[in-house]
Design a binder for this molecule. Structure first.
Ligand code: G3H
Ligand code: 13P
Ligand code: ZN
Length: 316
């Protein structure tokens, strides 16, 4: 069942974080739904601009609609990840998305406010909620590369002002994470001090943590043992998800970890079966392994086991 992102946030705020997982194809969708059903967790499906372009934006919509029919127990929202203004309007007008993210975080404050406000006005007119971003994560966001030195943490006072000026429904904050598999060079920790200050200024307001993959060492080791060359990777400590959730982080974005599961499964499969050329056997393994991974993340996010209570609170 597709619900609004606002309904998920209302149930989760201050107690747990909803996992927001990016998908690009049917195998990821199957693994995601299976993992969320086995762990009895609500979730958010995220579609990036790149994912919309990978095949065709209508393909993923059709996959999600089909999965909704195959897994009637599932409760989830559909979200545009890192949208520009044009893509936000396309998703708002499509009638399929529960929420959109307008990412103008690379623009100066006033321009970010103006763009975000335009998207909020148009989205709210259609009952769709908006995520905006303030502060800059390091790494790669869609086609924009932010060098580590340019990444800057969200200023708590600016965050309050930004929310008041734009009317955004939730805010992606930079609290030390970055996209991809190489997040920390030194200490591996979120900036809880900054997060606490943002929460103090915006009590009850849902915050979003991008760049939340944990980049499991055993996963990377297996990839490298099967011919991969991923050196120096480091992710978020997944034991910090729940403490962050208690401080208002209600949506935790995870994409890279799913790519690592895919890479490990396929590298190991073709290493061990060099004569194989049917993509379905490794595809089936991937679906099961991704489902297991998703379930394990939902436990760490605290969203695991929340489905029955959420259903009741939604009156379903
Ligand atoms: O933050 C970016 C997401 O991980 C989406 O990645 O643009 O390669 O689909 P993508
Ligand atoms: P990761 O690269 O850590 O998975 O972050 C994903 C993300 O923030 C999607 O918006
Ligand atoms: Zn992101």
């Amino acid at each position: 069942m597709i619900v609004t992102t606002a309904q998920l946030f209302k149930h989760a705020y201050g107690k747990y974080a909803v996992g927001a997982y990016n998908i690009n194809n049917a195998e990821q969708a199957m693994g995601l739904f299976k993992g969320c059903i086995s762990s009895q967790a609500p979730f958010i499906i995220q579609i990036s601009k790149g994912a919309r372009k990978y095949t065709d934006k209508r393909m993923l919509e059709a996959v999600i609609r089909a999965a909704d029919g195959i897994f009637p127990e599932a409760i989830f929202a559909v979200h545009l990840d890192h949208g520009d203004e044009e893509t936000c309007y396309d998703c708002i007008d499509s009638g399929f998305y529960s929420s959109v993210m307008i990412d103008a975080s690379h623009d100066p404050f006033d321009k970010n406010v103006a763009i975000t406000k335009r998207v909020v006005d148009r989205a709210h007119a259609k009952g769709i909620s908006v995520e905006a971003e303030l502060g800059m994560l390091g790494g790669v966001e869609e086609d924009i590369k932010v060098e580590d030195g340019n990444a800057c943490l969200t200023d708590p006072d600016e965050a309050k002002k930004f929310v008041e000026l734009t009317g955004t429904d939730c805010l992606a904050c930079a609290i030390g994470t970055s996209h991809g598999a190489f997040k920390f060079k030194g200490k591996q920790s979120l900036h809880f001090d900054v997060l606490q200050k943002i929460k103090d200024r915006l009590p009850g307001f849902p915050l979003v943590m991008h760049g939340s993959s944990s980049v499991p060492k055993d996963e990377v080791d297996r990839i490298n043992a099967a011919g991969g060359k991923i050196a120096g990777s480091m992710g978020v400590d997944p034991n910090e998800y729940l403490p962050a959730a208690k401080l208002g982080v209600t949506k935790v974005n995870i994409d890279t970890d799913g790519r690592l599961v895919w890479t490990r499964v396929h590298r190991e499969f073709f290493r061990d079966k060099p004569g194989e050329f049917d993509f379905r056997p490794p595809g089936k393994i991937f679906i099961e392994e991704y489902a297991k991974f998703i379930a394990s993340r939902n436990v760490l996010l605290g969203s695991s086991g929340q489905l029955a209570d959420l259903k009741q609170s939604l009156g379903k």
